[in-house]
Design a binder for this molecule. Structure first.
Ligand code: ADP
Length: 578
């Protein structure tokens, strides 16, 4: 074990994180392994370290090109012989790689599943000594999962072609069903299965009613106690670009990332994000698989992710350094409807996808500690966490059985032909055009639902949808249908109790002062941590009018500051990140 400890130091670590040591020993002993550990759990080390200890090359299957080059660069910087094999290599580079593989002068080889499946690549590896295969993001094998990738489904080929080479499958989120698919698909033989807790106590969880979401976001970012980077997830590419632009206009340095930007821009934005401490990356879910950034302080979801697994994996990108971090999810009834409709119409591949999405909606509408509900989904039991919106704010519950009965009756009466918003208007007694057009004023329930306000009605409808009392109609965006189950509520066999939603404030936040904005942009552009967050605050507050004054204020020597050209209060402007 002494050797392993020494190798650990090579990676800059003193001790193992949970499960790492056991996983590493399993690989060194040549046993197949399935390791399920949340994002940030330190899975990379589990294959990197044995790769140095074992003879031959460890082949790592990794889903994203941009990340391979990043990992390789990082490993090379600490003297590990790592390479990647992808389509960006020219024939000369490929020949060099083939030579190095045969000469056993590479410890780690990264490639995509597509590449690994090419006969020429299999041939190449057959002539090299492969110590083990590591399959990162192995849940992509599962057809039951959201992230199914067909090429991952063919990775069973490894066992056929390399029958004696151990296989290590790793995943940040694999429930029991996905785990059995991984085991079966890769034909793992008597594997050791190691699974780590999903609990990430350092991330404060806030799930809030959405209202003027951009302002809620701004308020959230501007209330960060320290400057820090964050990721903001949106579902559409257009929204990603627009929101990033808007944030920049508000003085918050922001970049964006989605599947449709060029590889060059992806790499540039990844690099800028990784090198700077206070950037907001606005992105679709394309940003993240395998992304490893220590200092992400917050993750915001402006829309609903497709499943608990996606949500949990995405928020898991915050606070990977173990320090406190925050996650905010904003959503409303429309989001839930859109998501379910999307699953139904666009993405409807299987009943299981649908159930998965519905399970997520149900968790969102559950009462009690957020973390408790989320972890229960992964089979873990915990006490109330004390670090979520439900634990931090006193939960106010209401028995709304009668209101639910009114809504369900109205829905039944109108045969699902009236949009939910109009049904709510009828219950609230609003004399709008939409209410008129469906003769709402003549209905006996007109104005009979004033015990709830509009927000609470929407909350109640969400609850009814998530718990399958009412269903979203296929192909009709805002219409609902009654489920057989709803009879239990109508007959008062079931009581409906909901809690008041937490609402993250959206009040106007003061725009960041011009000088502070410049200062942050300059700091970001230097690509280094010149000032600590505290020093940055100090400079922004005291606005030094000369380099000497800045030097006195921060304790950083003038000759260190000078070449970096920090903005001096009252001097010319500094350009934004291009
Ligand atoms: P995962 O792949 O499970 O999401 P990573 O391998 O990217 O996680 O590791 C997450 C972070 O934890 C990285 O910054 C990594 O340097 C750090 N890390 C890994 N192993 C250790 C360790 N033994 N001690 C301290 N930090 C570690």
């Amino acid at each position: 074990m002494k050797m392993i400890k020494q190798l650990l130091e090579k990676f800059g670590h003193q001790d193992f994180l949970p499960l790492q040591e056991e996983a590493i020993k399993t690989i060194i002993d040549g046993q197949d392994l399935l390791l399920v550990s949340p994002t940030g759990g330190g899975k990379s080390l589990v294959y990197q370290l044995p790769a140095l200890r074992l003879e031959g090359v460890a082949v790592v299957v990794c889903p994203l090109l941009a990340l391979m080059s990043q990992q390789v660069e990082k490993l090379k910087s600490i003297g590990v012989r790592a390479e990647f094999l992808n389509s960006t290599l020219n024939p000369g580079e490929q020949d060099d790689l083939a030579y190095s593989l045969r000469a056993q002068s590479i410890d780690l080889l990264f490639l995509s599943p597509e590449k690994l499946l090419q006969p020429s690549v299999i041939g190449l590896l057959e002539h090299a000594k492969v110590s083990f295969f590591a399959i990162d993001e192995a849940h992509c094998i599962s057809q039951w999962g959201q992230s199914f990738r067909p090429e991952y489904g063919s990775l069973g080929l490894i066992r056929k072609n390399f029958s004696n080479v151990p296989i290590v499958a790793m995943s940040g989120s694999a429930d029991t069903k996905t785990q059995s698919e991984i085991l079966r698909s890769l034909s793992l033989q008597s594997p050791k299965i190691l699974q780590q807790s999903y609990n990430r106590e350092n991330i404060e969880l806030t799930i809030s009613q959405k209202r003027l979401a951009n302002k809620q976001l701004l308020n959230f970012i501007n209330h960060e106690p320290h400057l820090g980077s964050g990721i903001v997830y949106c579902r559409s590419r257009r929204k990603v670009e627009e929101l990033s632009l808007w944030l920049n206009e508000q003085g918050i340095t922001s970049l964006y990332f989605h599947a449709n930007i060029s590889d060059k821009d992806k790499e540039k934005n990844l690099r800028l994000f990784s090198k700077n401490d206070n950037i907001v990356m606005v992105a679709t879910s394309a940003f993240g698989m395998g992304v490893d950034f220590d200092k992400v302080r917050f993750v915001v979801h402006m829309d609903l992710p497709n499943s608990v697994e996606n949500y949990y994996q995405e928020i898991g990108r915050a606070g990977r350094d173990g320090r406190s971090a925050r996650a905010l999810l904003l959503y409303g009834l429309q989001d839930m409807q859109k998501l379910l409709q999307f699953e139904m119409e666009v993405n409807f591949t299987s009943e299981s996808d649908w159930q998965r999405t519905l399970a997520f909606c149900k968790i969102l509408e559950q009462r009690g500690c957020r973390r408790k509900s989320l972890l229960a989904h992964f089979g873990e039991e915990i006490l109330d966490c004390g670090n979520c919106d439900r634990c931090k704010n006193k939960e106010i519950e209401h028995n709304v059985t009668i209101a639910a009965q009114k809504f369900l009756s109205l829905l039944h009466k109108t045969k699902g032909g009236v949009p939910f918003g109009v049904l709510i208007q009828i219950l609230l007694g609003k004399k709008t055009k939409a209410v008129d057009s469906c003769f709402g004023q003549a209905m006996s329930l007109f104005g009979q639902g004033t015990e709830l306000n509009e927000t609470s009605w929407k909350k109640l409808v969400r609850y009814l949808i998530a718990n399958e009392y009412i269903m979203i109609q296929q192909f009709s965006p805002f219409q609902l249908a009654l489920h057989e189950k709803a009879k239990a509520i109508l007959k008062s066999n079931i009581q409906v109790v909901i809690n008041e939603d937490y609402f993250h404030p959206n009040h106007e936040v003061l725009p960041m002062p011009e000088y502070k904005k410049k200062l942050i942009q300059w700091h970001t552009n230097t690509g280094e941590e010149v000032f600590s967050p505290k020093q940055l605050d100090l400079v922004a507050e005291h606005k030094p009018k000369s380099l000497a004054a800045m030097s006195r204020l921060t304790g950083l020597a003038k000759h260190v500051l000078e070449p970096l050209s920090p903005p001096i209060y009252g001097s010319s402007s500094i350009g934004a990140i291009s």
